[in-house]
Design a protein around this ligand. Sequence first.
Ligand SMILES: *Cc1c(COP(=O)(O)O)cnc(C)c1O
Length: 269
Amino acid sequence: MPVHVFGNICYMEEIMKIAKKYNLYVIEDSTEALGSYYTNGPFCGKYAGTIGDVGVFSFNGNKIITTGGGGMVVSNNKKLIDKIRYLSTQAKDDTVYFIHNEIGFNYRLTNVQAALGLGQLEQLEQFIQIKKENYLLYKDLLKESNLGYILDFNSSIRPNYWFYTFMLKKPNAILRDQLIQYFKDNDVQTRPIWKLNHTQKPFLNYKMCGGKEAQFFYDSAINIPCSSNLTQEDVRRVAQLIMDFEKNYEKTGISRRWWSLQKRNRRFG
Ligand SMILES: *Cc1c(COP(=O)(O)O)cnc(C)c1O
């Protein structure tokens, strides 16, 4: 189950080769790459979610298009789609006598939500255009940064530019948190990427394999403002904050003010 994140598409060529070799189904978690497609290679012209056996999309409130909640499954495999439709609509085998031969779910979108989604889908390319302009502006404004850079997309795709990631040149969780705090002090919301599953309480006692790459990204990445209502002025302000922080950081290293804030946070939770 490859997960396309931030508008990027995973290296599907390699993934599909492995799947073929071991006879595996591929389910693409494509929410964050809605509208991204290959412009090169064997999947040229193919959209995220249409390369594996099944593509799934969330239309939750924070996504590039939203219906408030719910989502969508796509596939070329009619048998799979019929089965998914059956399970998502309560697995009813006889609607008069209420016969359920399997355990079903109530996962369908309402008609009103679906109408909303179709309306948003028509605007998707406009959203992507704004996101692309802001992405290119961020990239240009931060190209001189010594601290980090805006993460690139897979060069074989036209991404949807959903999320912008500022990557520190060297992984450094303390510096990451310090920069996030600096943004917060200036009323700008930024975030680290997801806390790693193997460090979450419910999974602490389980075996884990890999994790080195994930830790690298967790310690290096900061997601910066990316909404499609972000103005060019907003983008300039965010980039300037990074450059100001950097100037100060080069002069003083980890600031005393930051450590005292950390102490205060620990004390007051
Ligand atoms: C939002 C998101 C989900 C979860 O979607 P829900 O509709 O909240 O279940 C899963 N995967 C990715 C990549 C997402 O962005």
